[in-house]
Design a protein around this ligand. Structure first.
Ligand code: LLP
Length: 385
């Protein structure tokens, strides 16, 4: 359990991220085995966590990398990801980022507009290369997740809308330095209702046929990421249901012989293996309220402030608490913002200055979204191997 794992770090200065690398490895192995069953390819969505040790583990499993900036592309290659397994996505790739990715001979650009196709074509021509591209298509499928992390609706900025597909096909015919290898979709993140993926498959099948009818033989169907995790039960369900997730795609996604299916999983691979460990600085009593003021805040973990995201909060100093004596606390950070709150009315053993608090399931979109606001120090990471 986390408490025992953290015991040996009692003397460490807080706050810090703690990564359980054993759980990470187990998660990666379960995902890899489940994907291998259907010969599915997984690209790790590096945006979820680009901590060095985490990346090294993921690279060793043999996954590719899904990158959304030039620096992510560089980092992936530095870590040892095969450039032929690196995909560069993102709605606003700069000319320099595209040029460098071309120099590295990455596998594919996920392209988000007709204009971008033209830009990549020009930059590839300058290097005498042909860039492989996949069109990111907005399938208008509701992911039934938090509004701020929904990406596959027509109101979102992401992807090419279906009424623009004719223009894309026309453009592709005139652009000799881009080669269409596939179509790409990503409808959102933290999707826990898996039937949503069935709806995605139905849409992908439709769009796939549209391309076939126009004579395109697509090598790759990339269905993005988005598999959610159980933030409410990190100990009961530490590994996401990869088996069921891939089974749905196997059952509902129509594919041709030799065609590859690619996934871009981020959160489900890393979320549960990370926790933010913090100390109680002050116990404060307001009107009908008790506050625990921690030494970590929204600068270390932004998700609660940004998306009202739930993270399980637990005391690691339980032994010192009086048996059965619990209090409902608002758990807040030191930052000068009222939204700097990790949870409201959280029931914890009566706590005191110096108690260690764990904020669970912080391995995805935690450390990577840390900010320097209030000139906060960079947060460090500790690991159990
Ligand atoms: N592919 C694309 C094109 C994406 O935009 C994303 C995530 C992924 C793959 C990986 O999705 P995942 O498997 O991790 O759900 N910061 C937010 C999440 C933003 C997700 C952005 N895109 C959060 O903390 O919940």
């Amino acid at each position: 359990m986390l408490k025992e794992q953290i015991n040996r770090f009692q003397a460490e200065e807080t706050p810090f991220y703690f990564y359980d690398l054993q759980l990470l490895q187990q998660t990666l192995d379960v995902c890899k085995n489940a994907a291998d069953k259907y010969n599915f390819h997984v690209h790790y969505a590096m945006k979820a966590n680009f901590n060095q040790k985490v990346l090294e583990r993921i690279q060793k499993v043999g996954f590719g990398a899904d990158c959304v900036s030039g620096n992510e592309v560089k980092k992936a290659i530095e870590i040892g990801f095969d450039p032929r397994k690196v995909v560069f996505a993102g709605v606003g790739k700069s000319d320099r980022e595209i040029t460098e990715a071309l120099q590295n001979d990455i596998f594919c650009f996920n392209v988000e507009s007709v204009q971008e196709l033209g830009v990549i074509n020009g930059l590839a021509e300058a290097q005498g290369k042909i860039a492989q591209v996949a069109l990111r298509i907005n399938p208008n499928v509701d992911a039934h997740t938090h509004h701020n992390i929904t990406t596959g609706l027509e109101e979102n900025k992401f992807g090419i809308n279906h009424w623009e597909l004719h223009d894309c096909v026309d453009a592709l015919k005139k652009l000799p330095h881009v080669a269409l290898v596939g179509i790409h979709f990503h409808i959102g993140s933290q999707i826990t209702n898996l039937t949503v993926f069935k709806s995605l498959c139905v849409k992908v099948n439709e769009i796939h046929s549209w391309f076939e009818e126009r004579g395109f033989n697509l090598k790759v169907l990339n269905v993005g990421g988005g598999l959610g995790v159980d933030y409410h039960n990190p100990d009961e369900k530490p590994i996401a249901d990869f088996e069921e997730y891939f089974r749905i795609f196997d059952q509902f996604l129509e594919r041709k012989h030799g065609q590859e299916v690619h996934f871009e999983l981020g959160r489900a691979l890393v979320a549960h293996s990370g926790s933010l460990i913090s100390k109680v600085l002050y116990v404060k009593n307001g009107i009908k309220k008790h506050f625990l003021v921690l030494d970590a805040g929204m600068t270390e973990l932004m998700r609660p402030a940004l998306y009202q995201a739930y993270h399980q909060i637990e005391s690691l100093s339980l032994g010192q608490a009086q048996e059965g004596n619990t209090v409902k606390y608002d758990i807040v950070g030191p930052i000068c913002e009222s939204t700097d709150c990790f949870g409201k009315e959280v029931e914890l053993p009566e706590s005191k200055r110096g108690d260690l608090i764990a904020i669970r399931t912080a391995g995805a979109y935690g450390e990577v979204m840390a900010s320097k606001y209030n000139l906060r120090a960079e947060i460090k990471s500790l690991y159990s191997e």
